[in-house]
Design a protein around this ligand. Structure first.
Ligand code: FEO
Length: 386
């Protein structure tokens, strides 16, 4: 098992078979369910793994335990991708204490039945638990991503165990691509709604010296990767874009809306703007959401369908609103062969969002581009370049 710091070992597992994480996020490169072991005078295990991998996880534990038995199982997060194997653990190691906060134990009973677990150790904000050389300090991180979430900080090695925060999709056995791309898709898909809470916990850990972050998904972050990840998290928690330019998110049935989107891209590029165009029908929905948060400006191009917004665009806008999309400029291109009406409805989908500026110029395409709609595209391009 891989050692990540003095006396601290990675004992997690890779899931390369799962198609959709949480039943909705496509994970072509799988995902890892991380767990860690601190082997000191006393032994602490940090989090368990998904139910499908319980036995594999126990085997990993045996490898680092060297015949000893764990004294503690620290439960940072109760979502079943991390908590489902807790009962397997307590059956194997009945004397170990399960460490969590008050909310953790309410959920443990919910999942495993009244009175579970028998050996409970309730910890509070900033309390520490010593194992010998190592001590964990617990930092509550409510709603990052569930209410019971807590981080744990090892004072001896300056290791921050960050639960879901700083995680990403992708099994550890797969070749790692850019950390930020899959981490952004993971962040905005899963915790994007809770920017205020992420910001609050970043503030709480801001005064700590941190040598590495050990999340519950994805790689342990150290050195340049660590500073880069913190840089991105500060931006994402504040809903600040991390790229420049305009994202054009387009859904087109016969190609005419796509032509309007392409023409807008050309006009914007001619005016010196960086532009990215995505196809809302074919691009993974969570990637579309992540891209919308990446850029400061967004134009949604969609067809009117059954007097409503075409489904791919409707779902996209709903997903943005659900995740507190904010601090952006938004414009619209609507198409409709006989009654283009979806721009108003698209705007209505975002009406509850805070700090959005809507472009005054909307492009209306009837069937296909013509001189009038091209003129509107130019006006929208001018406005977005102001
Ligand atoms: Fe990885 Fe919120 O569970």
């Amino acid at each position: 098992m891989k050692q990540i710091a003095e006396d601290i070992f990675y004992v997690g597992v890779d899931d390369t078979k799962l198609d959709y994480f949480e039943g909705q996020f496509a994970i072509p490169d799988g995902v890892s369910y991380n767990s860690y072991a601190i082997i000191d005078e006393k032994i602490a295990i940090i989090d368990s793994v998904d139910a499908k991998f319980g036995e594999e996880w126990l085997k990993n534990l045996e490898e680092v335990l060297g015949g000893r038995t764990p004294d503690y199982l620290v439960v940072q997060h109760m979502e079943p991708d991390h908590s489902a194997s807790i009962k397997l653990f307590t059956d194997r190691y009945p004397l170990a204490q399960v460490v969590g906060n008050q909310k953790t134990f309410v959920m443990l009973e919910g999942y495993f039945g009244k009175g579970f677990p028998a050996n409970q150790l309730v910890v509070k904000e900033f309390e520490t638990l010593s194992f010998g050389k190592h001590s964990l300090r617990f930092i509550m991180a409510p709603m990052v991503h569930w209410p019971e979430v807590m981080f744990s900080y090892d004072i001896a090695t300056n290791t921050l165990f960050s639960a879901d925060a700083f995680g990403k999709f992708g099994a550890l056995s797969r070749k790692e691509k850019n950390w930020e791309d899959e981490a952004r898709r993971y962040y905005f898909g899963i915790v994007g709604k809770y920017g205020a809470q992420v910001k609050a916990v970043l503030l709480k850990v801001g005064s700590l010296e941190i040598n590495r972050i050990a999340p519950l998904h994805g790689p342990v972050l150290e050195g340049k990767k660590l500073s880069s990840a913190i840089h991105y998290y500060k931006k994402w928690a504040a809903y600040t874009p991390d790229a420049e330019g305009v994202l054009i998110a387009c859904s087109s049935i016969y190609g005419h809306t796509a032509q309007a989107a392409a023409r807008l891209a050309e006009e914007l590029e001619n005016r010196g703007q960086k532009v990215k165009v995505i196809d809302l029908i074919r691009c993974d929905w969570a990637e579309c959401i992540a891209q919308a948060f990446r850029f400061p400006k967004l134009v949604v191009a969609a067809t009117t369908y059954n007097g409503e917004i075409f489904p791919a665009a409707r779902n996209f806008l709903t997903g943005l609103a659900e995740r507190n999309y904010q601090w952006r400029t938004v414009g619209f291109i609507e198409n409709g062969s006989w009654a283009p009406v979806c721009a108003r409805q698209m705007r209505a989908r975002l009406e509850e969002c805070k700090n959005l500026v809507f472009a005054e110029n909307t492009v209306k395409v009837r069937c296909a581009l013509n001189d009038e709609s091209v003129e509107e595209i130019k006006k929208l391009a001018d406005e977005l370049c102001k």
